[in-house]
Ligand binder design. Structure first.
Ligand SMILES: Nc1ncnc2c1ncn2[C@@H]1O[C@H](COP(=O)(O)OP(=O)(O)OP(=O)(O)O)[C@@H](O)[C@H]1O
Ligand SMILES: Nc1ncnc2c1ncn2[C@@H]1O[C@H](COP(=O)(O)OP(=O)(O)OP(=O)(O)O)[C@@H](O)[C@H]1O
Ligand SMILES: [Mg+2]
Ligand SMILES: [Mg+2]
Lengths: 259, 259
């Protein structure tokens, strides 16, 4: 039984990619066979593992409209340096899908259909998404079993969650009734500022128990590690970032596998 | 002669909205009649001035396809608390334009056409855009005379600029040959970390003189001010953020009006 976790929030720069990379690494570190899917045209998750390789086939080739030399999901999955962690790379071309798939009745299901042959090979599939509620993020939420929402402890961050929750209920209404929110994660928390503390209280008041106990604090090692093509677990294993993402993985496993 | 400055970068959370709000305020503070356009469906720039008001007409009503009760640009422009600064609000519905305008041959020109009757009323028009290179950002770049690119001094930020520059040259090739880059702005600069310093050097090596001399440093007052519906100039006039955005306005005026 494969658990598919979409990491989504249309607000930009809230730590979606940082969470996708390091949660996937921490789940693999606990012995779960994990696949990281980079559904963001910026391909930041891909960049954290591989050098930009224009020739390689990517998720665009898997999801593209009929007939344009489509690839299977299996053929684009690549191993990482860490055992039990694989990555399906993204590419800028993904942004073309918004218009290419517009109006096609099966557009929201392309990822779900492409994933079904490989589900048996993974315990967890973590999906990084772009900062928008377009066709790519919809595909992630239709294919997913769970939604994880990173929220920066900052003013603009709270205002945008209504739009995301509206999209979530529309997805649950028809294409994916089983989708659950596995949790809301406070990211980029800065212990020194009032605004982090104030917004954290406001987020807790809105989300209650959905909020993870783990908070991800601002920590420069998390910013540095992708530049060295490493996850936080191998780059700075004793840093607060590594400790926090390991704790998050335990909370995710507890919430997902307990049910 | 109205100078139209599009603030764009598809990377999320790099300070597009913070720059749009505070540059517009600083330009108005120098006596330039300034209009801030919020073309981002998240409507963060709008939120920094007004409470969410579902009933008001917005830029969506100005740009929507024919016949759906379209509004004129003039009718959606609202005064702010600051003299010489007006705001045209955005709304979530803007995200629907991506699919609604797909395939229409005049889709990239809707903003340019809608702005022409009001150009005579403003010296500067500053356009905030979403974290994507879709139809809304294309509209901003086609209507604009100048492009200002905020770049966070961080690892993922540098990788994404190729895509933005490719879009810029495609826009210059056909719909807007006069578009110029007014400058590249380092944002969220943290004097304490090596990664800020290292990436700053890399950005300077890539962009040379296009880089503004002014850098925007990380400063919690900039994060706080929108929560109080104030720009940095009225919220914390002597903070580094206020000083830096005033300096940026002088550099922008110098580069734009000198030519
Ligand atoms: N806990 C943290 N501490 C310090 N820096 C962080 C942390 N989390 C993320 N960052 C940095 O903040 C920036 C934004 O994070 P990231 O790119 O993961 O966000 P995102 O939501 O994926 O952005 P986008 O909306 O563009 O996809 C990056 O430069 C990243 O390195
Ligand atoms: N110089 C700064 N110092 C401190 N905080 C900042 C600074 N600039 C921006 N911020 C904060 O960083 C976050 C991201 O900034 P902002 O929302 O302006 O970026 P954006 O590029 O508009 O994001 P999006 O891609 O979602 O539109 C916000 O919480 C903002 O308050
Ligand atoms: Mg990302
Ligand atoms: Mg913004």
């Amino acid at each position: 039984m494969s658990h598919i976790i979409a990491i989504a929030n249309q607000k930009g720069g809230v730590g979606k990619t940082t969470t996708a990379i390091n949660l996937a690494a921490a789940l693999a570190d606990r012995g779960r066979r994990t696949l990281l899917l980079d559904l963001d045209p910026q391909a930041n998750s891909t960049l954290a593992f591989f050098s930009p390789d224009e020739s390689a086939t990517t998720l665009y080739d898997v999801l593209a409209p009929e007939g344009s030399g489509r690839a299977t999901m299996e053929s684009v999955i690549r191993p990482s340096k860490q055992t039990a962690l694989s990555v399906a790379p993204g590419k800028l071309m993904l942004s073309r899908l918004e218009v290419q798939l517009a109006g096609q009745f099966d557009a929201p299901f392309r990822l779900k259909d492409a994933l079904s042959p490989v589900l048996k090979n993974f315990d967890y599939i973590v999906v990084d998404t772009p900062p928008a509620l377009g066709i790519l993020t919809v595909n992630a939420m239709v294919a997913a079993t769970h939604l994880l929402v990173p929220i920066q402890a900052a003013y603009f961050a709270i205002e945008g969650t209504d739009d995301l929750l509206e999209t979530y209920s529309r997805i649950r209404a028809r294409p994916n009734p089983d989708l659950k929110i596995v949790g809301v994660l406070i990211t980029l928390y800065d212990k020194r500022t009032n605004i982090s503390r104030d917004t954290h209280e406001q987020i807790r008041a809105v989300f209650g128990n959905t909020l993870f106990r783990t908070k991800i604090t601002k920590n420069v090692r998390l910013e540095e590690s992708p530049a060295y093509k490493e996850t936080i677990l191998s780059y700075a294993p004793r840093s607060p970032g590594a400790v926090e993402y390991r704790k998050l993985a335990l909370e995710v496993i507890d919430r997902v596998e307990a049910n």
